[in-house]
Design a protein around this ligand. Structure first.
Ligand code: UDP
Ligand code: MN
Length: 358
């Protein structure tokens, strides 16, 4: 079909006006007075930078990510780290960062993985988790936190120091605490924060895919920055296996939060089988802290505001930011009030007794 000359002219005018307005926007955006008078929201993540493709996209990510796969059986595959870096590295920015190219997520999320002498588990986990988090359209950074070999393992203090170190690097608004040996089996179980704390690992194979006790909220859980700050983070004092997760449950409960979960069929996790680690034996102190000192009282005395550690190094690897720290019992106890110090006066005492849960 032939255009009549007037239609052609009209088309040219439309194209010229479009290109002209783009140029005007570009030139005027260069003048600071224009930038200064733009509302905050437009200046930071606005139309102008979106048009130029420099900043994060304008549209919020959809409530339901479009490319989820749902439930999948787990096959534990342990690939060498170099192979993982080759396969997953191109999907991430150095340090283990990712943000979705096509939408703007609600949160900036730190995935925090404590890992000491569990490198095979970390490799199996990364092989799964990176793809899941990408499908979930999260803006995330993976942090791996390793403590020195000499100290008794203390997951709570590692989570605290990871939060503090992450916040030095960026404005994270959501923190997912992820055990290194827990593989999510269903990507509909989103690694997102919410108005209430989220317990993600609600149905683990080790516990026959159900909660071991109603208040269990360990393994994998997501806390917003606000939730974490309200309870002063985790306790620093749970040396050895167990207790720190029950303690943060009570802290959160006391300030009015309750964990929410997906139904069991959507919250399945596969725990890689393992023996109890050396240097992570149960301590009597953990039982006493839970049973003799109230978490809700103690949380104002110790937590994020009293976390003492030596930062040995922070290294950005292709798949994660690797934080190494040394923990010293005497220094950890130094800011603690007398009623806590007295529990530790004979040093850490190891036990095989299972701590009672409230
Ligand atoms: N962990 C670790 N090295 C240790 C002990 C524990 O990395 O020596 C971390 C690891 O992330 C692990 C988590 O702490 O998944 C919880 O410990 P564990 O798996 O022994 O507890 P479970 O939940 O299996 O009883
Ligand atoms: Mn485990």
């Amino acid at each position: 079909m032939r255009y009549r000359p007037t239609t052609k002219r009209a088309l040219r005018v439309v194209v010229a006006v479009f290109i002209g307005s783009l140029l005007i926007i570009e030139v005027f955006d260069g003048f600071s007075f224009v930038r200064e008078t733009l509302p905050d929201s437009l200046r930071r993540e606005g139309l102008l930078s979106f048009l130029r493709g420099k900043e994060r996209p304008f549209c919020p990510c959809p409530h339901k990510p479009p490319s989820l796969l749902g439930f999948r059986d787990i096959v534990e595959v342990d690939k060498p780290m170099s192979q993982l870096e080759q396969e997953l590295g191109p999907l991430l920015r150095h340090g283990g960062h990712y943000s979705p190219p096509d939408c703007r997520p609600h949160d900036k999320t730190a995935i925090i993985i404590p890992c000491r002498n569990r490198w095979p588990h970390l490799r199996v986990l990364l092989n799964y988790l990176v793809h899941v988090l990408i499908r979930q359209q999260l803006d995330f950074t993976i942090f791996v936190i390793e403590s020195d070999q000499g100290s008794t393992f203390n997951k709570g203090i590692l989570l605290n120091l990871a939060v503090l170190e992450a916040m030095k690097r960026d404005r994270y608004t959501c923190f997912v605490m992820q055990d290194v040996d827990l593989l999510t089996m269903d990507d509909r179980n989103l690694y997102r924060c919410d108005q209430q704390p989220r317990h993600l690992a609600a149905a683990i194979n080790k516990f026959k895919y159900t909660l071991p006790y109603p208040r269990y909220s360990g393994g994998v859980y997501a806390l917003s920055l606000e939730q974490l700050l309200k309870v002063n983070g985790h306790s620093n004092l749970f040396f050895g296996w167990g207790g720190e997760d029950d303690d943060i449950y009570h802290r959160l409960y006391h300030v009015g939060y309750t964990f929410t979960r997906n139904p069991e069929e959507m919250a399945k996790y596969w725990m890689i089988k393992h023996k109890r680690d050396k240097g992570n034996e149960r301590t009597r102190q953990s039982t006493m802290l839970l049973q003799k000192t109230m978490s809700e009282k103690r949380m104002f005395d110790e937590g994020l505001n009293t976390t003492r550690y030596h930062l040995d190094s922070v290294e950005e690897t292709p798949l994660f930011t690797w934080i190494k720290a040394t923990i010293n019992l005497t220094e950890v106890l130094q800011p603690a009030p007398p009623y806590i110090k007295s529990l530790f006066e004979n040093g850490l005492q190891f036990t095989n007794k299972k701590p009672r849960t409230r």
